[in-house]
Design a binder for this molecule. Structure first.
Ligand SMILES: Nc1ncnc2c1ncn2[C@@H]1O[C@H](COP(=O)(O)OP(=O)(O)OP(=O)(O)O)[C@@H](O)[C@H]1O
Ligand SMILES: [Mg+2]
Length: 273
């Protein structure tokens, strides 16, 4: 078993993490692939969108969800997006994070338009530009906590590249797990962790590749109040102490209050403050 596979130790099969990555495996490529594609607009925000439109088709019925969203997220900001269930919060977060494409409008990251880039550049952006956490954690069940946190590096690097930087990645993964209070659970599998611990592991995984923005979709949605509060304290600390930019979707007013700023989605638009 190779050294890389040994980082995925305690899996049911050593190849699993390499064949079932969080995002599709890609070749290494420099960041300048994210060059503007003829876009004249340059936004000052780290992440933003202009006149974003998105509908879903349900049979012959068109369901308009986002009907012209303009948003700017400043570097170092902690932004909460709130709104009723079905108001389009997750849809908006997915468009900002290139998990989906808008019907019309534009998404900008670091001042560059990104919604119209290729799927492989979107893969790269999701691997290195954005960290993402979700209500359901999405840890790989066969992997240990440490291997789950290392998974984005295995996606990002070639076999040789990972081999060369393995020590650095492992140290960073351990440091991040310490940071989120999970340093004593490195060898546990997800089923051996509590919900709060799984979300902490997911936060550490989201931060491994040192993203510029953390996108969080209902990160406390599956947790009891006090566990949710402790996850929020961790996110607030990452924002205040380390300057991490966070965009978080929530329907919980108390959770939203922890952010610097809240925007509300109503009928496909951002409500006036
Ligand atoms: N793939 C899809 N196909 C069809 N309709 C969809 C799809 N995804 C979302 N929708 C619809 O789009 C609307 C917005 O969904 P979205 O998941 O963005 O809402 P939300 O604000 O995140 O809700 P919640 O708070 O319940 O998570 C909903 O009416 C939903 O039914
Ligand atoms: Mg949602």
């Amino acid at each position: 078993m190779s050294e890389i596979h040994s980082d995925l130790s305690a899996t049911s099969g050593g190849d699993l993490a390499l064949t079932a990555p969080i995002t599709p495996r890609r070749s290494t490529a420099p960041h300048n692939r994210l060059a503007p594609h003829g876009a004249a607009t340059v936004l000052p925000s780290v992440l933003g969108c202009r006149n974003l439109l998105k509908s879903y088709q349900k049979g012959s019925l068109e369901i308009p969800v986002l009907q012209g969203i303009d948003l700017d997220v400043r570097q170092g900001e902690f932004l909460a997006i709130v709104g009723q269930s079905g108001s389009g919060k997750s849809t908006l977060l997915h468009l900002l994070g290139t998990l989906d494409r808008p019907d019309a409008g534009e998404v900008y990251f670091n001042g560059r338009r990104i919604d119209n880039l290729s799927a492989s550049v979107h893969d790269e952006l999701r691997n290195r530009g954005f960290g993402m956490i979700f209500q359901a954690y999405h840890l790989l069940p066969e992997l240990t906590t440490l291997a789950n946190v290392l998974a984005p590096a295995l996606v990002a690097e070639s076999t040789l590249g990972y081999w060369r930087r393995r020590r650095e990645y492992r140290q960073r993964a351990r440091d991040l797990l310490d940071l989120v209070g999970l340093g004593h659970r490195l060898k546990h599998k997800p089923r051996e962790l509590s919900g709060g611990e799984m979300q902490r592991a997911a936060i550490a995984r989201a931060l491994l590749m040192q993203p510029r923005v953390l996108l969080a979709d209902e990160p406390t949605g599956n947790l009891d109040r006090s566990t949710g509060e402790s996850i929020m304290r961790t996110l607030v600390e990452l924002n205040r102490r380390d300057g991490l930019t966070i965009v978080m979707v929530t329907h919980d007013p108390w959770i939203a209050q922890q952010a610097d700023r809240t925007v509300q989605l109503v009928e496909g638009r951002i409500a006036a403050p």
